[in-house]
Design a binder for this molecule. Structure first.
Ligand code: ADP
Length: 570
């Protein structure tokens, strides 16, 4: 029995017989219908079976807007009809530069419904990156919110493929702009009757395009298919996952330009859940207002959004009266966020890990049978991990030679991932072949996997601190440091040390109005981390540099502190 368990799930040997998958030998063909997975079918289903279910948007203009899946279905088809009239061809990449709103949702389905590819561009990127991405994707049309028209005005003459910009507004709110080729979205769809049959595509056809932020080098395009997007949201939607119900009300704080809004743009309509979209206001008071007035039961976003919400709740002594579950990912969930949600507000936290290249959900952290009976402190330890792979995702960790490491929760190595919604290449072949000999994608993350299959990310491979030949996890020190009541944000980078190669430097942004000393921080860490992980120095800055996806930008910090000499290195 022990031998069998070892083979099934306890370690890397489970991945060894991989060659047996997809054998070519003679086989008996199944007799089931070959219906291709198709994204527009999701909206047909929502309109047909949940037609009266609401979508609520905080518009950029201010007021709350209400519509239904039946109406969205009609307007998305009008949008597709208009795009076809503009000459959009299947496979062309049509961009969106937009917040989460009902018009962005309609454009999403409208674009894909013409057989084209919905290319979401993150508006927080630098202008040069937006120019690069749009030219690389050869966008003939760019849907844009009014708020991003000034950006487009600045870069329009460098956008080589753009024929026109479709402004997601009605005539009354069209901005005065020096751009000549502006189309008013509401006028554009008002000219159509909506009698449009979605263009049918094979399920492997491209449907979505999203570029990784490219912290090093140019951004690279991840090209999703109908099949990969549908499989991802189905796989992550299981009971031990996002597990949505028609009775749920979802606040999609995670932007649609952040890797398919983690699948919510599909799972909400397909489950007939009410969907609430926050527009451009993601601050604590605005998010709180929507959570309460719309009676939200489920939401998802990166930790920085939840820090803003929790500060608002604490400062005003507020409660969350309907929220049941929150998915948090994109960076590691700090203990203080987990405990505040679960212990103070009775909201279950599901920690998620993934990346643009994984569509994006790869793992979700939901306790297993047996773990739900553990003492609270043990449960918290597990819940701070990034979770277990969702089937059919396969994961392994490997050493520098590519050899699989054991699932013992101790060995850490590069996290490799494989599955039907994991990228096999980047758009136009940028960056070469990202897969290993067994077809696994190198995530660039370093992780452990424990005996129950829970992964814990210790670092990005490029951020790992190598001290005396051993690795120090910057994420773990950061997560403990932000638990200090006077600390707003914390980051750890490795700096040169003559004896140990590298030693950790802890960089702190104090909370507004607080002052805190190096000694207070070090005393707080004492006993919470291994002695040799203790930072050799603590420095304070006013503002943390962030990437366009809200992550701490370690490259900028390394640049900022490149001349800093650790006291132990003098
Ligand atoms: P980018 O790298 O362009 O910012 P992604 O949003 O794809 O874009 O980032 C993916 C990376 O974010 C992962 O490889 C990992 O390093 C980090 N990440 C995502 N979720 C988590 C998490 N729950 N804990 C720690 N790191 C995470």
């Amino acid at each position: 029995m022990a031998g069998l368990l070892g083979f099934l799930g306890r370690g890397p040997e489970r991945h060894a017989p991989d060659a047996a998958r997809g054998d070519k030998g003679p086989f008996l063909e199944g007799l089931m219908q070959d219906v291709p997975l198709s994204i527009p079918d999701i909206l047909d289903h929502a309109a047909c079976f949940h037609g009266a279910r609401e979508m609520v948007t905080r518009t950029l203009e201010g007021p709350i807007h209400r519509t239904t899946y039946a109406d969205l279905h009609l307007r998305a088809r009008k949008c597709a009809q208009a795009l076809k009239r503009l000459g959009v061809k299947p496979g062309e990449r049509i961009a969106t530069l937009a917040w989460n709103t009902y018009r962005h949702f309609e454009a999403w389905y409208g674009i894909i419904g013409t057989g084209a590819v919905c290319h979401t561009i993150n508006p927080r990127l630098f202008e040069d990156q937006i120019v690069y991405i749009s030219n690389h994707a050869e966008n003939p049309y760019i849907f844009t919110d009014t708020t991003f028209v000034p950006i487009l005005e600045k870069i329009a003459d460098r956008l080589d493929s753009a024929k026109a910009f479709i402004v997601l507004a009605d005539r009354a709110h069209m901005p005065k702009s020096k751009l000549k080729n502006l189309i008013c979205y509401e006028d554009m769809i008002a000219a159509e009757d909506g009698r449009f049959n979605w263009v049918r595509m094979p399920e492997t056809a491209a449907a979505g395009l999203c570029y990784t932020s490219g912290t090093t080098g140019n951004p690279k395009g991840v090209l999703y298919s109908h099949r990969s997007n549908i499989l991802m949201y189905l796989a992550s939607g299981v009971g031990d996952g996002i597990s949505l119900h028609s009775s749920d009300t979802i606040l999609a704080v995670v932007p649609m330009f952040h890797a398919n809004s983690w699948g919510l743009v599909y799972s909400a309509p397909s489950n007939g859940a009410k969907l609430v979209l926050p527009g451009m206001k993601l601050d604590g008071p605005s998010v709180y207002e929507l959570l309460e007035t719309e009676k939200v039961t489920f939401t998802a976003a990166v930790p920085t959004v939840w820090l803003m919400l929790l500060q608002h709740l604490e400062a005003n002594n507020l409660k969350l009266s309907t929220l049941k579950r929150v998915v948090i990912g994109g960076s590691a969930v700090p203990r203080r966020i987990l405990e505040a949600f679960e212990d103070n507000y009775g909201v279950e936290v599901i920690h998620a890990w993934g990346m643009t290249e994984t569509s994006p959900i790869g793992t979700l952290c939901v306790l297993k049978a047996g773990q739900t009976d553990l003492p609270r402190a043990e449960q918290v330890k597990i819940k701070l991990k990034q979770g277990r792979p969702i089937f059919p995702v396969q994961l392994k960790i490997v050493d520098d030679e590519g050899k699989a490491l054991p699932h013992d929760g101790k060995a850490f190595g590069r996290l490799m991932i494989k599955g039907p919604f994991i990228a096999k290449a980047y758009f136009k072949g940028e960056g070469g072949d990202p897969l290993d000999a067994d077809g696994y994608f190198d995530t660039g993350d370093v992780a452990t996997i424990d005996g129950e299959g829970f992964i814990q990310i210790t670092d990005r491979a490029k951020d790992v601190i190598k001290s005396g030949g051993e690795w120090i996890s910057s994420i773990e020190i950061e997560n403990i440091a932000v638990g200090h009541p006077k600390v707003a944000e914390a980051a750890v980078i490795g700096l040169y040390h003559p004896k140990w190669d590298e030693r950790p430097l802890l960089i702190i942004v104090p909370k507004a109005g607080e002052s805190v000393t190096r000694e207070e921080i070090l005393a707080y860490l004492e006993g919470k981390i291994a002695k040799w992980w203790m930072p050799d120095d603590v420095v304070f800055i006013e503002e943390m540099p962030h990437t366009a996806t809200g992550k701490i930008q370690k490259t900028a910090l390394r640049e900022m502190f490149k001349d800093h000499v650790l006291p132990t290195a003098k």
